[in-house]
Ligand binder design. Structure first.
Ligand code: AMP
Length: 283
């Protein structure tokens, strides 16, 4: 597995790869890899000749300095995991390499897509995500890029970024991988104490119960009250729960049979760690 640190080295490598008519798969990550990330990498390996994973903790997408400072890192372990699954190359640039002297996010207008949920509670987050993903897309010009549904609103933002760029890269969504108790895998799970990581199954359980209620005909208002009540009894502080149209990530206030793609979205904070999850409500 190639380990590439500079943009120049990456460009040289990709030039050679492209000249052999290889299909290139891209998997952007922030590292501290888990099986969720690896499911994206394995899919890329199965579908492409050359898989490039990027590991870069992108400063411009963190709206809280503390969150950035404590973000887990373990490059030796990440390299080992990637090597074992057969990844072709990993790109681990410095902040300087990606931003030069200007560590700021570009301005974007994502319309309704970023008005709610993560866009509302993490000001500037999606502009930071879009800035780095755009740089990677233009640099790599991959055939396919893989992103997880775990970060569903991010996935929709990235589809828009790709669509607006003069690139051929196709975005492939990948389903959320979960721990045995249902908790969505996340690098941030490493920051939880052992008992809380077990108790965190409540997040997925609550989403599933909310989905049952939605299918049973309860209104979004009733379901939001239900979720708030369930979590109030626990140490998990609810930041938001929304039932939203998956396409534009806009919350719905009443059931509308014309909307075919509805999902439940949740964000909670526990032990100072912010956890998000979402599932499909419509089949
Ligand atoms: P991150 O390192 O958190 O920026 O995630 C890198 C990519 O992995 C993103 O496309 C995430 O949506 C995806 N991802 C993170 N966790 C999971 C998971 N549990 N299942 C599937 N994909 C995931």
């Amino acid at each position: 597995m190639l380990k590439i640190k500079t943009v120049t080295d990456l460009q040289n490598t990709l030039q050679k790869i492209r000249s052999t008519a290889c299909k290139i798969g891209l998997v952007p990550t922030m590292g501290a890899l888990h099986q969720g990330h690896l499911s994206l990498v394995k899919k890329s390996i199965a579908e492409n000749h050359f898989t490039l994973v990027t590991i870069f903790i992108n400063p411009t997408q963190f709206n809280a300095t503390k969150d950035l400072e404590k973000y887990p890192q373990n490059l030796p372990r990440d390299f080992d995991l990637l090597q074992k699954v057969g990844c072709s190359a990993v790109f681990i640039p410095s902040i300087k390499e990606m931003y030069h002297g200007n560590v700021t996010a570009k301005k974007y207008d994502f319309g309704m897509l970023t008005q709610h949920m993560e866009g509302r509670f993490r000001s500037g987050h999606f502009e930071g995500v879009a800035t780095i993903v755009e740089k990677l897309f233009l640099l790599v010009e991959a055939d396919v890029a893989y992103f997880g549904e775990k970060d569903f609103q991010q996935l929709q933002v990235i589809k828009k970024v790709a669509c607006d760029l003069p690139i051929k890269t196709k975005i492939t969504p990948c389903e959320t991988r979960r721990e045995a108790n249902g908790l969505a895998m996340s690098s941030r799970n490493e920051l939880l104490s052992v008992p809380i990581r077990k108790d965190a199954k409540i997040i997925y359980q609550t989403l599933c119960r909310a989905k049952e209620k939605f299918r049973g005909g309860d209104s979004p208002f009733e379901i939001k009250n239900f979720v708030a009540k369930v979590l109030k009894k626990t140490g998990f502080a609810l930041e938001y729960f929304e039932i939203a149209d998956a396409e534009n990530c806009t919350p719905i206030t009443e059931k509308d049979d014309r909307l075919k793609n509805i999902r439940g979205f949740i964000a909670v904070v526990v032990e100072g760690v912010r956890l998000i999850d979402n599932i499909a409500f419509s089949s």
